[in-house]
Design a protein. Structure first.
Length: 286
């Protein structure tokens, strides 16, 4: 059924307004990264004073700044994000598979617990989380706070609910006969998961990985609480915040630092947006 031109034009206008409203802050960051601080203050929404040479100078000043320590923060964010995503995909897939294939009241209760945890805001549990991590770390003599393993463990906990929820919906559509055939051929449950189920989860795992990756990479609140703003380990958002505090009036350096922090995830999203949509659609159909 074709949509009439009138309603279609109205929807297009609304979509364009929403897109401009959403992209305008990013446009301001990119545009003003090409300028000096004086040009940003004089004309923040025009191209006056913008040049690639100034962008190169701003990038050199930010990357080489000892207060920012870009490469160390970038490496920390990359390690935390990659390790968290691998563990979420692996253990989330295992949990979703077991929940789907074991139809008991306990599996249903566990699944409902995952669903219920998705509606609890992080701000409600953040103080209790920090206190618990401190007590557990002291009890088992492991530094849970201000350490990469500690924050990876926290991200696995907070990201596990959505991961299990999405993967469970996908696994429900996988024919059980495939697993029965694998068992007849002598495959163990572990072998069935890794050789049969896990390869079939690739489209939806890509979607879950990118969604969780954007959240973990851009997250500021949890790293600032667990790693500390002045701790020895800093993620990129925390390092940017500390850098902003050091250069209150130098908007050219501040906006360039923000651009460096958000650019990796934007590139990944643009490259993988087709896989994201395919994974969401396939999970919805199944």
């Amino acid at each position: 059924m074709k949509m009439r031109k009138g309603p279609f034009a109205i929807l297009m206008i609304i979509a364009i307004i929403i897109a401009v409203y959403t992209l305008f802050p990013f446009f301001m960051v990119v545009l003003n990264s090409f300028k000096k601080a004086s040009n940003i203050v004089a004309s923040p929404v025009t191209t006056a004073g913008a040049s690639f040479g100034q962008l190169k100078a701003n990038l050199s000043a930010v990357v080489g700044n000892s207060n920012f320590n870009f490469w160390a923060a970038f490496g920390t964010s990359a390690v935390i994000t990659v390790v968290s995503l691998v563990l979420l995909a692996l253990f989330g897939g295992m949990a979703a598979w077991v929940i789907c294939r074991n139809k008991t009241k306990w599996s249903t209760m566990i699944y409902m617990t995952f669903i219920a945890s998705m509606i609890i805001p992080f701000q409600v549990v953040m103080l209790a989380l920090i206190s618990t991590f401190r007590d557990v770390g002291n009890f088992i003599d492991i530094k849970m706070l201000q350490s990469i393993p500690g924050i990876v463990f926290a991200y696995c906990g907070f990201g596990g609910a959505m991961t299990v929820f999405i993967l469970t919906g996908f696994i429900k559509g996988i024919p059980y006969e495939l697993e029965e055939a694998a068992a007849i051929d002598g495959c163990s449950p572990e072998g069935t998961f890794f050789r049969v189920i896990f390869p079939l989860l690739k489209p939806v795992i890509v979607t879950v990985t990118i969604l969780n990756g954007m959240w973990i990479w851009n997250d500021y609140l949890l790293p600032s609480l667990m790693l500390g703003q002045n701790g020895p380990v800093k993620t990129l958002p925390v390092a940017v915040q500390a850098f902003v505090g050091s250069y209150v009036k130098q908007w050219d350096l501040i906006l360039t630092a923000a651009l460096l922090a958000i650019l990796p995830m934007i590139i990944i999203f643009i490259v993988a947006q087709k896989q994201i949509m395919n994974g969401m659609v396939e999970g919805a159909i199944k």
